[in-house]
Design a protein around this ligand. Structure first.
Ligand code: GUN
Length: 293
């Protein structure tokens, strides 16, 4: 058996085409949605994520405002930029690329972002709203994962979803979204303290790998026919590549393809969906500034 490959790139393109129409409608009313992006330091993976996000904005007619600070910047300097974005009416969304350099208190920076411009859905206010089911910006990667599960066509009600990873930006919010009544899955979250992880993953109808560990999920950890979503993006050394590395997910892709019912590739699965849901949140934010839209 070979799993259906869930094409996140195609799904992302379809959603972005719809967003482009909404951006054109806003532009006709004199509003061009603006996403402010702040990158602190020069982590190569973060540089490439930020570049991809800014390119995606331009492709659908949105503006991005790019700010870069050196790795040694103080919390006060970073907060000052966030506050200027908060006050700028041409900024509809604010994104501070994570992780921030060591020594910077990430929570303090995130808390400085206005919840009404927090298109990453990372502020405590938006996380709280999400948990109690109030309108809010949903965090982009978990939201993109939900869209991919929908694409797979799996029945989520009553399904057992197992999440491997408990980060604040993926694992924890995803667990919350999957237990919503509209999705109605039963959720298990595995983490570094979990005793026999394979025992849990093998019982998953929906398995989401978001641990940041290259090829952690092997074929014998997957229930035949399961829907497997690979959130991992890991650079591993590869001397056969000109750049000396290649990207792999948290799932042993080739082997799991033979067992799973549906599987996302890396790249081309969750990554394009994360960026798309960021654009979606920013367009929603801009629309709120225009009466009657
Ligand atoms: N770092 C890794 N993923 C993300 C994301 O979705 N948003 C931000 N701001 N930083 C990240």
């Amino acid at each position: 058996m070979s799993a259906t490959v869930l094409d996140g790139k195609k799904l992302a393109e379809d959603i972005r085409a719809e967003l482009k129409v909404r951006v054109q409608a806003l532009a006709a009313r004199g509003v061009v949605p603006g996403l402010a992006v702040l990158l602190v330091g020069e982590d190569p993976a973060s540089v490439s994520y930020v570049t991809a996000k800014e390119k995606a904005c331009a492709e659908i007619g949105m503006r991005s405002i790019d700010r870069r600070l050196p790795a040694g910047s103080s919390e006060a300097e970073i907060v000052a930029i966030v506050e200027a974005f908060n006050a700028d009416p041409s900024v509809n969304g604010i994104l501070v690329q994570l992780p921030l350099p060591k020594g910077v208190n990430e929570a303090r920076i995130i808390e400085a972002i206005s919840p009404e411009k927090d298109v990453d859905g990372f502020t405590p206010v938006n996380i709280g709203r999400m948990v109690i089911g109030e309108p809010c910006f949903l965090p982009c990667t978990p939201h993109g994962v939900i869209k991919l599960i929908e694409l797979a066509g799996v029945k989520t009600a009553g399904a057992h979803a197992v999440i491997v990873g408990r980060s604040n930006i993926v694992g924890k919010p995803l667990a919350n979204l999957l237990v919503r009544k509209s999705i109605n899955a039963t959720v298990t979250v595995c983490h570094t303290g979990t005793k026999d992880m394979a025992e849990h993953t093998r019982r998953a109808d929906i398995l989401i790998a978001c641990a940041g560990v290259p090829e952690l999920i092997k074929a014998d950890m997957v229930k035949p026919g399961a829907c497997v979503i690979d959130v991992g993006v890991n650079r591993v050394d590869d001397a056969t590549k000109a750049k000396g590395w290649r990207l792999v997910g948290d799932v042993d892709y080739k082997a799991v393809l033979e067992v799973a019912g549906a599987l996302t590739p890396v790249p081309g699965g969750v990554g394009p969906m994360t960026i798309t849901m960021l654009l979606y949140n920013t367009v929603e934010s801009a629309e709120k500034t225009v009466k009657g839209s």
